[in-house]
Design a protein around this ligand. Sequence first.
Ligand SMILES: [Zn+2]
Length: 262
Amino acid sequence: MSASAGDRERVLAHAAEALARARHAIALTGAGLSVESGIPPFRGPGGLWTKHGEPPLDGWQRFLADPKAFWESRLRPEGPMRELARAVEAARPNPGHEALVELERMGVLRCLVTQNIDGLHGRAGQRELAEIHGNARLVRCVGCTSRWPREEIPTDVLPPLCKRCGGLLKADTVSFGEPIPADVLRRSMEEAELADCIVVAGTSATVYPAASLPHAVLGRRGVVIEVNPHESELSSVATFVLRGPAGEVLPRLVHAIRTARG
Ligand SMILES: [Zn+2]
């Protein structure tokens, strides 16, 4: 049985009320939000790996074994990596990204944790941001986690080294097998400890560490608001399920909070 339009409006209003009332609300976003900006997902229909086959799962080991070769392939990406780089280059924030910025500006949202590597949340203006899988536009030191825009790092000698600690630099995007950078992991865990409400948009949140966030909030009887056009593993445990693309649902959530505040 599908919910009527009236039911959906009521659920949205209740979710908006819970979000506005939260002491410490956070958000978690994933691939669905990027797809709405034209970036292909990795898996599923139209996914990069569905089309091109799974990439090697030992990217981190390859980097450590031969950072120069890793950089050479990064500077001249081929196949799915080239397709992804072009899509990231062309992508623009969508109304879902903009609504999340608005929630931050309204003082509703304290932090946004994302699995997306396209940097679109930052470009939209999100300030309190933990990009747990990195940012394709940045280069990170594997020693001290300092980050720089990619274009600021000279690549005439490979691999480039950190000007702060001399450590190896790599693309900030977290490779297969690579630990989540300590700073963003710590931040997302701290936020999960504080949060009494989480908006989960465009992700089924099945991959650690993202998966632990909604469950930490639920474990303390907090509120989980799922925004997703599809049923996910989170749907059955979420406090509120708002069905639809983030680019449509999140602006309506912002509008509902504004209306309630008068
Ligand atoms: Zn360093």
